[in-house]
Design a protein around this ligand. Structure first.
Ligand code: SF4
Length: 248
């Protein structure tokens, strides 16, 4: 395959990663020209990737979005993970002026009142800090898995993100939850204690609840919304709109 563009590289990488294991997938990405950034939400999938980066001592930046509304258990896990794997996790925070503008327009917890307000909150607390975290990166590594939800069922190993002009890499795309749990057990990976209390997917505290037996993994995220494909906009860019000023 002739590689002329980032989209070409993403297609070639998608094929190459399919036959590799997790550490090898990450090593391949780290060996390519351009900075690789992994953004972790400290969920169990992300903890597996952080472990593989730390144990393999791979030159991949690990960053997290400290939204200001995280569970205490999640915040505590950041430091515990750094210590366990001897790595530094870079924290990115929302801008106070954006938070103030959001609160003035919608109220601090206005996300319960409308989808518009919810997307605006995710925009200021997640998407703007994410753009900072990915600034200058060529590769963005995520913990997406195909079996997490219907709209993630076709997640590739690598794809070109035209909106952000980078290559998104999903090294756990073909992993099952059983695979994740097996790795966590084998490598003694620290995980969020909320998982054991019925939270398979953990985001901000006001927007995450425990799920009931038989519910889909992400049913506890923004549970009051009807849209089956609800996302925060990190992985479905059009989901979150710019309703407050975006910093330059
Ligand atoms: Fe705001 Fe909830 Fe989105 Fe967190 S998940 S940024 S609290 S709307």
């Amino acid at each position: 395959m002739i590689i002329n563009t980032s989209a070409d590289l993403a297609r070639a990488l998608d094929q190459q990663l399919a036959s590799a294991d997790l550490t090898e997938r990450l090593r391949i990405v780290a060996s390519l020209d351009g900075r690789a950034v992994f953004t972790t939400s400290l969920g169990i999938e992300d903890q597996v990737i952080t472990a593989a980066i730390g144990l393999g001592q791979l030159p991949i930046d690990v960053s997290t979005l400290e939204t200001g509304r995280l569970f205490k258990e999640t915040v505590d896990l950041i430091a515990e993970t750094e210590e366990r794997f001897g790595i530094a996790i870079k924290r990115f925070h929302p801008r106070q002026d954006n938070i103030d503008a959001y609160a003035a327009k919608f109220g601090l917890n206005g996300f319960y009142e409308s989808v518009e307000a919810r997307h605006a909150c995710c925009h200021v607390r997640k998407l703007v800090p994410l753009a900072e975290a990915l600034s200058g990166a060529r590769f963005w590594i995520t913990g997406l898995r195909r079996s997490q939800s219907g709209n993630r069922a076709t997640t590739p190993f690598a794809e070109y993100d035209a909106e952000r002009d980078l290559i998104k890499v999903n090294p756990l795309a073909d992993w099952s939850l059983d695979d994740i749990n097996t790795y966590v057990e084998a490598e003694s990976v620290p995980i969020n204690p909320l998982h054991a209390r019925g939270y398979p997917s953990i985001g901000c505290e006001p927007c995450t609840r425990a799920i009931k037996p038989g519910e889909p993994e992400r049913a506890g995220r923004w549970w009051w919304e009807n849209d089956e494909k609800r996302e925060c906009g990190l992985h479905v860019p059009e989901a979150a709109t710019s309703l407050v000023p975006t910093p330059a």
